[in-house]
Design a protein around this ligand. Structure first.
Ligand SMILES: NC(=O)c1ccc[n+]([C@@H]2O[C@H](COP(=O)([O-])OP(=O)(O)OC[C@H]3O[C@@H](n4cnc5c(N)ncnc54)[C@H](O)[C@@H]3O)[C@@H](O)[C@H]2O)c1
Length: 323
């Protein structure tokens, strides 16, 4: 086990909750400092240090850096696509200023040796090639979230080129997991559909049939995140953000996959404002560069994910029914 200390910012969200758990298995509980603007009651956070941190407060970040001297920072705090559309000014402020504070701290303190910051498929736009979306192509995001992700990618690359900050990033597709709730993204339906399957056996989808989007099962997302952070620096040839893919499906395809396990499950459609966001995103991502540069390979396809999601969520609902 290494003695490195890791700081996770925005640790109580969908990704952070699981990432903290994985990082503590690797580095040890005491070496992984979780932080967030709000505390979570998830037992994961009882196992090691937790600090209150609003990433818009650069002085508070500085205090935490001096206290723990983390050599790696995972900066996950953000306003996600659907939520940011409701408050675009604040979405831009949080997503950009938060990143500046982390990058500036890495440059100015010398404590942080490596920074992970996720981008998103939202950085693409309507003129992006929708199928086999290339690493380098048209990027004209239409949401404030996507605009902040594209700008953030270029900033991360700038800090690498100009000040040698070891920045690493992935363009996540929609993330699907059972351990924590999604935080207001356009792909959230693909999580709630599994909860509905085990409760009402019916899901009303906020996207219409045929809306194919790229998705990634959480164990694969964690693997990709840890793989890129643990790869030797010379293998990281893209310092903006890597395309990353797992699977692509439309709502009726995930419904069909669930029906194989729960034959009585049904789906209906009531598209809302999130349809326009989804329509501006790619359908299938080409992640060849991630495979070539640092060996990326996902393990889960749609049916394997469905089986695993239902298996892991079922005990939660059986326990609730028994109460
Ligand atoms: N979940 C997805 O499908 C997805 C897809 C693509 C990219 N991403 C990116 O991955 C990262 C993590 O996403 P997530 O799904 O875990 O998001 P989430 O919304 O579930 O979690 C974000 C966390 O940040 C915290 N936070 C908010 N404002 C903060 C502040 N001012 N200071 C400190 N913490 C603050 C929130 O309390 C929350 O715990 C984000 O950068 C997101 O853009 C997520």
């Amino acid at each position: 086990m290494t003695k490195e200390t890791v700081l996770v910012i925005g640790s109580c969200g969908q990704l952070g909750t699981e990432l903290v758990e994985s990082l503590r298995e690797i580095y040890g509980d005491a070496q992984v400092v979780a932080s967030d603007i709000k505390k979570s009651d998830n037992p994961v956070f009882e196992g090691g240090p937790f600090e209150d941190l609003d990433i818009l407060d650069a002085d508070r970040l500085g205090e935490i850096l001096q206290k723990y001297k983390p050599t790696q920072v995972y900066h996950l705090a953000a306003l996600l696509s659907a939520t940011a559309e409701k408050n675009p000014e604040f979405g831009w402020k949080l997503n950009m200023e938060g990143l500046f504070h982390v990058l500036n701290a890495a440059r100015d303190t010398g404590i942080i040796k490596r920074v992970y910051w996720p981008s998103s498929i939202a950085a693409f736009g309507p003129n992006t090639e929708r199928f086999n979306t290339p690493q380098y192509g048209a990027m004209d995001p239409t949401t404030i979230y996507g605009i902040s992700k594209l700008a953030g990618e270029l900033y991360a690359q700038y800090y690498f080129n100009r000040w040698g900050i070891d920045t690493r990033s992935l363009r996540y597709p929609g993330l699907i997991g059972y351990k924590s709730a999604p935080g207001g993204g356009t792909t959230d339906y693909a999580v709630s559909i599994y909860h509905d399957a085990l409760t009402t056996e019916h899901h009303t989808c906020f996207l219409k049939p045929g809306t194919t989007l790229p998705m990634l099962y959480m164990p694969d997302a964690l693997k990709a995140t840890l793989d890129i952070m643990h790869a030797p620096a010379e293998q990281i040839k893209i310092r903006s953000s890597y395309n990353l893919a797992g699977m692509s499906f439309a709502p009726e395809e995930i419904a069909a996959s669930i029906t194989k396990e729960i034959p009585s499950f049904t789906i209906s459609y009531e598209p809302d404002y999130r349809q326009a966001i989804a329509d501006s995103w790619p359908a299938v991502i080409d992640d060849t560069r991630a495979t070539e540069d640092w060996g990326w390979k996902p393990q889960f396809d749609l049916d394997a994910m469905t089986k695993d999601m239902l298996k892991n969520l079922k005990p939660q609902y059986s326990a609730e029914k028994a109460k």
